[in-house]
Design a protein around this ligand. Structure first.
Ligand code: ZN
Length: 342
């Protein structure tokens, strides 16, 4: 399987994040990618391909142009006020009755276009974010050209980002941009299977009223876990998108037995829908020791996840999302691809 990758992600590094009552180094780090690449190599996958450069139109097909511009200029505006180094982050958020017209103040933009304190912007964030889109789209172009499966090693991840909001380590929604690429290329039926531990609130919001992308997500119950406000089973889509959104929330400490049942349910929904292309938002923060997760999957379970996904028998585009248990991250991602290719 081709792995699409560029070193440009390394520029997005060095910020801190708030974890409840502490400021800690970001769990979403460049080292994650090194471990993923090592884990894939250990599993025999090392066909690394550099991304092509795609025009911004693909981004604007999903994201608000003002929001995209904000991501591009936020750090330079921040630097004018605070000097070099550090990172831009919001202090308030546009909540009920507080929405505002974006202006040229970096603080207003941060308040308007981010929804949590987990999307710090450093000097190289835009370069990394932009390169992750090219990594996703290069995978889409390969699948469109007839490849059976590819893996876009995107960093930063994307599934928490919606059309005009960044959050949860996510700035632009790589999977959604890839999905729109397929539709624009004349491929009519797309499904996104999101197996990250967290609900992909951004992807859900982008496609919630649309019937051209089926979104299926397995994740921790929003009562217990980030993003806390979305991901309930009763969120099934709206307007033309009714029944095109499938949430399968699970309680904390969920292990393989119950996870497998949910995944099999999702696969049967997929098979009934019969998409032309399957995008897998691949997060492995469902692992038992993940510092950001609360499920109980073992490393061997990721082989089974890959196998079950392969049973759908579809052209499959893996896109990397979360996974933060450094000691097992590479092995777990490698196991998904090994199980899929078996
Ligand atoms: Zn996650």
């Amino acid at each position: 399987m081709k792995l699409i990758y560029t070193d440009d992600h390394r520029e997005h590094a060095g910020a801190k994040e708030m974890r409840y009552d502490q400021m800690i180094p970001m769990s979403e780090s460049p080292e994650r990618m090194d471990l993923v690449i090592q884990g894939l190599a250990d599993a025999g996958f090392q066909d690394i391909v550099k991304p092509d450069v795609f025009p911004d139109d693909h981004i604007h097909a999903i994201h608000d142009p003002g929001f995209v511009r904000f991501l591009e200029v936020a750090y330079s505006l921040w630097k004018k006020e605070f000097g070099p180094g550090g990172f831009a982050t919001a202090y308030t958020f546009g909540m009920r009755g507080m929405d505002q017209v974006p202006n040229e103040s970096v603080h207003s933009m941060l308040s308007c276009y981010t929804f949590d304190v987990c999307v710090p912007i450093v000097a190289g964030t835009w370069k990394a974010v932009r390169s992750a889109v090219d990594v996703a789209l290069t995978g889409s172009a390969a699948i469109t050209a007839g490849e059976r499966a590819v893996f876009s090693l995107c960093r930063p991840p994307g599934h928490h980002a919606s059309g005009d909001l960044a959050g949860g380590y996510c700035y632009l929604n790589n999977a959604a941009i890839a999905a729109q690429f397929y539709l624009n290329a004349g491929i009519d039926r797309i499904a996104i299977l999101d197996v990250d531990y967290h609900h992909g609130n951004g992807t859900q919001r982008i496609f919630y009223e649309r019937n051209d992308v089926l979104y299926l997500s397995l994740h921790a119950r929003p009562e217990d876990e980030y993003p806390f406000l979305m991901g309930y089973a009763q969120e099934t889509g709206a307007c033309e998108g009714e029944n095109y959104n499938v949430n399968l929330p699970m309680p904390l400490a969920t292990g393989w037995h119950d996870y497998r049942e949910a995944l099999q349910h999702a696969i049967s929904r997929l098979q009934a829908y019969r998409p032309d292309v399957l995008i897998v938002s691949l997060g492995v923060d469902t692992y038992k020791d993940d510092p950001v997760g609360g499920f109980a999957l073992e490393s061997e379970d990721y082989l089974r996840i890959g196998e079950l996904i392969s049973l759908a028998g579809l052209p499959t585009h893996f896109i990397l999302e979360g996974g933060y248990a450094m000691a097992a991250l590479g092995r777990n991602v490698g196991n998904v691809i090994t199980g899929f290719e078996k």
